[in-house]
Design a protein around this ligand. Structure first.
Ligand code: G6P
Length: 459
């Protein structure tokens, strides 16, 4: 225990605000993350963030008692964590909410699944127990995401005095798709979340889907309130950060790679994640070059696909596929002075901001996405205006549809047409749309987003 039950605001999430890497000389290097929760929590006192130790560095930090004030990392048995995080949360639950199962990727609910489900429970229990230990009388506890769906119910029975919220950063599956889960598992997930006073979602669409599943499986919401908090981009931070010297340097390097004069750019920035639909995006770009040869040598697809969840074979295979398709386009169409696809796979935030500033077109075409902050960040930092080609299945579409060019993420030809339309949009219209997109994208900045949830919980 790091505190004597003084925390009045607690956040619980699998991934915490800091990660440690263990150097070869035994040193521990701390890397801090950003995001809505980090900036929201900065506004409150007496707070604690409970998260999981995710790798060797984090585990070593826990063992040595190294840590940040206000953060408690749970050193959960690595096998239990791997089963809960990789096999249940990121495989089954992520796949159900993003509707990613399609033959031959099928869900398997057998004895092995049952034993993994036990690990998921144990992992959730470790969080609930730590929160019960740390929370002050009547404290507000904000539990995050599909990793921790069972925590609210478990915590409620340990500490009935607490005010508990759960927030989903993902979509929620439609009823007929959610029915794929074994009934007992579906019921346990829903009742776990309904142990909270409030459950929150990024859009009305996901909130309605959750409610429909709760009615279908449990007959109702059991007194829990459902609310929508549409996280927006952090304009002040992004504008300042994107003007720093390291971003300028990366812009110069990118311009060099793009080459040519007056060449246009179609930019995308994602984790290498199946739901992001990177491969279909590349097929659409290829079709653009194929069916409208006037674009050859005049456009470059700048694709940043950062490694994600590499413990899972299906993610490793997807990463390889992205690389393969990019290479195939470059060998089919490339010329000595023109590389049609510039693919970067090493995570670099400054370079992402550089690409946002340069982009003529941003391609955000996920199959499904809770929100998608890239769609909201690009218009905020863009130098000369950027056309947003946006999937109607991204949460951000609810707020940005009027000024984006909408695509059905499965429709490759439709996406190629949208890219052409975006690339040919007159400058004036592009600038106007970018301005309106930036305003809509920043309607609820991270700090307000967090405080709004806290307030709804009565704190
Ligand atoms: C999504 C989830 C987050 C998760 C993030 C990165 O946005 O909603 O909970 O942290 O992806 O995934 P990772 O598995 O690397 O934490």
């Amino acid at each position: 225990m790091v505190s004597e039950q003084v925390a009045q605001v607690l956040v619980a999430s699998n991934r915490g605000p800091v990660t440690y890497t263990l150097g070869e000389d035994g040193s521990l290097d701390a890397r801090r993350g950003g995001g809505g929760l980090v900036s929201g929590l900065s506004a409150v006192d007496d707070k604690l963030w409970v998260c999981a130790a995710l790798g060797d560095g984090d585990r070593e930090a826990v063992r040595r008692g190294v840590g940040e004030p206000g953060v408690r990392m749970l050193d959960i048995d690595p096998d239990v964590h791997a089963a809960a995080y990789n096999d249940i949360a990121n495989s089954v639950l992520w796949f159900v909410h993003h509707m990613l199962y399609q033959t031959p990727l099928e869900p398997v609910f057998d004895a092995e699944f049952r034993s993994r489900w036990e690990s998921y429970r144990a992992y959730n229990r470790a969080f609930a127990e730590a929160l019960a230990e740390e929370a002050g009388e009547g404290a507000a506890v904000l539990v995050q995401d599909y990793h921790l769906a069972l925590v609210p119910g478990m915590l409620r029975s340990l500490r009935p005095d607490l005010r508990i919220a759960h927030f989903s950063h993902t979509p929620w599956a439609p009823v007929d798709y959610f029915r794929m889960l074994p009934d007992a598992v579906a019921g346990e997930l829903l009742s776990g979340m309904l142990g909270a006073d409030r459950v929150g979602f990024l859009t009305r669409r996901w909130a309605d889907a959750f409610e429909a599943c709760a009615v279908d499986r449990l007959g109702g919401l059991n007194g829990t309130q459902v609310s929508v908090h549409a996280l927006g981009a952090d304009a002040d931070f992004l504008r300042a950060r994107s003007r720093e010297a390291d971003v300028e340097e990366r812009m110069a390097a990118l311009r060099e790679q793009i080459g040519g004069t007056g060449r246009k750019t179609v930019v995308r920035v994602d984790r290498t994640e199946l739901s992001k639909n990177i491969v279909r995006g590349m097929h659409a770009y290829r079709e653009l070059l194929d069916t409208r040869p006037e674009w050859r040598e005049r456009v470059v697809h700048v694709a940043f696909a950062y490694p994600s969840r590499q413990d899972l074979a299906v993610y490793r295979a997807y990463t390889a596929e992205v690389q393969r398709v990019a290479d195939a386009i470059n060998s089919a169409y490339g010329t000595p002075g023109w590389t049609p696809v510039v693919l970067h796979v090493k995570d670099d935030f400054a370079r992402s901001l550089a690409a946002y500033r340069l982009a003529d077109v941003a391609l955000v075409n996920p199959i499904r996405d809770g929100m998608n902050l890239v769609a909201k960040e690009v218009p905020v930092v863009s130098d000369d205006g950027c056309v947003l080609v946006l999937s109607r299945e991204a949460g951000a579409w609810e707020e940005l549809s009027e000024d984006a060019i909408t695509v059905n993420p499965y429709d490759v030809s439709g996406t190629a047409d949208a890219l052409h339309e975006a690339l040919t949009m007159p400058d004036g219209e592009r600038a106007e749309r970018t301005k309106r997109l930036a305003a809509a994208a920043t309607a609820l900045p991270p700090k307000q987003w967090f405080l709004e949830q806290l307030e709804a919980l009565g704190g």
